[in-house]
Design a protein around this ligand. Structure first.
Ligand code: HEC
Ligand code: HEC
Ligand code: HEC
Ligand code: HEC
Ligand code: HEC
Length: 181
């Protein structure tokens, strides 16, 4: 279920903080390098160029490619077979589609580069948010306007907490962090 906290220093920090502030929301000073695992605003160079804008225009639902965005903790990224369902007949001559076809033929996963990442000590669930009808755009910006996706929303603790306050969702430390004392 919930991911555990693996970093002992963090466990101590989290426990100490939880001890001092109880369940109240403390103004946690952001640690330097807290965003280390989150990419910068520069879009990564993907193995196959993919335009959300062009595919959104065809009214393809998000969950066709991000198959567990409504039902799982992670959203999932598509394999080449998902793309080839259409591209065995669409734009077959394009070099990018040939590359895609090769991944599918060899049953190799497409090495998509990740854009949104939260650190291991934070628990997140797509299912819970989809269930509460929180729009993808609230956390990922205007995906359907992008030809090249990049980080638009900084997923800081303040960002999560602000919406949780506004929507009366949980503010308990251990909703998002597992305190293994
Ligand atoms: C439901 C059908 C469908 C699926 C699934 C799909 N595509 Fe497409 N794709 C299209 C259509 C239709 C176009 C032409 C869009 C246009 O006319 O602008 C297109 C265009 C493209 C192009 C531009 C090709 C060119 O002309 O240079 C690329 C690259 C591409 N898709 C990549 C992908 C990738 C990668 C995936 C899987 C992650 C994918 N597509 C999944 C329907 C699909
Ligand atoms: C046809 C397949 C397809 C559809 C439909 C699609 N996506 Fe994607 N999505 C991809 C691919 C491929 C990537 C990885 C490449 C990239 O970042 O552009 C991706 C990446 C993403 C990412 C970044 C993931 C990360 O690395 O952190 C987000 C967020 C995202 N999509 C949201 C959406 C939303 C919201 C919709 C619906 C409005 C949507 N996608 C529809 C194929 C798709
Ligand atoms: C409340 C905020 C929030 C909402 C709403 C949200 N996401 Fe995410 N998304 C995240 C976070 C946080 C991550 C990074 C998770 C991690 O690092 O494990 C993420 C990661 C992703 C990824 C990267 C791959 C993966 O398996 O996680 C994709 C793709 C994605 N989201 C698509 C979507 C789509 C599509 C929707 C709408 C159906 C959506 N997200 C709604 C916060 C959100
Ligand atoms: C735009 C609003 C919004 C944002 C941003 C948001 N959430 Fe939520 N979150 C919600 C709502 C609404 C619920 C209540 C869902 C329910 O009741 O099932 C929720 C529920 C949760 C839960 C389940 C809590 C429980 O009661 O067990 C977790 C965990 C969670 N969010 C983590 C996060 C994290 C981590 C972030 C930041 C990366 C985040 N959320 C950002 C709206 C948001
Ligand atoms: C709604 C989800 C959510 C809740 C509730 C929450 N946090 Fe966080 N917390 C996060 C996220 C997301 C990060 C990672 C921020 C980043 O990477 O910038 C984080 C990071 C932290 C950090 C690391 C330092 C930092 O600021 O980056 C500490 C310590 C922390 N939280 C303590 C707490 C304590 C104590 C509580 C209860 C008062 C709490 N958190 C409640 C989501 C949450």
């Amino acid at each position: 279920m919930t991911r555990g906290v693996r970093n002992p220093v963090l466990i101590q920090t989290l426990c100490a903080l939880a001890f001092f502030v109880g369940t109240a929301v403390a103004p946690v000073t952001p640690a330097r390098g807290a965003q280390a695992k989150q990419n910068t605003l520069k879009p990564p160079l993907q193995p196959v160029p993919f335009s959300h804008r062009r595919h959104c225009e065809k009214n393809i639902p998000c969950v066709l490619c991000h198959q567990t965005a409504a039902t799982g903790e992670t959203a999932g990224l598509p394999g080449a077979d998902v793309c080839m369902a259409c591209h065995q007949s669409v734009a077959t001559g394009a070099p990018s589609i040939r590359k895609l076809a090769a991944y599918a033929r060899q049953h190799k996963p497409v090495p998509w580069l990740r854009i949104y990442r939260i650190q291991d000590f934070v628990f997140f669930s797509h299912k819970r948010h989809a269930g509460a009808k929180v729009a993808c755009a609230a956390c990922h910006g205007k995906v359907c306007k992008s030809d090249v996706l990049k980080l638009e929303v900084k997923l800081s603790m303040k960002f999560c907490i602000d919406c949780h306050k506004a929507s009366k969702a949980s503010l308990k430390c251990n909703a998002c962090h597992t305190l293994s004392m």
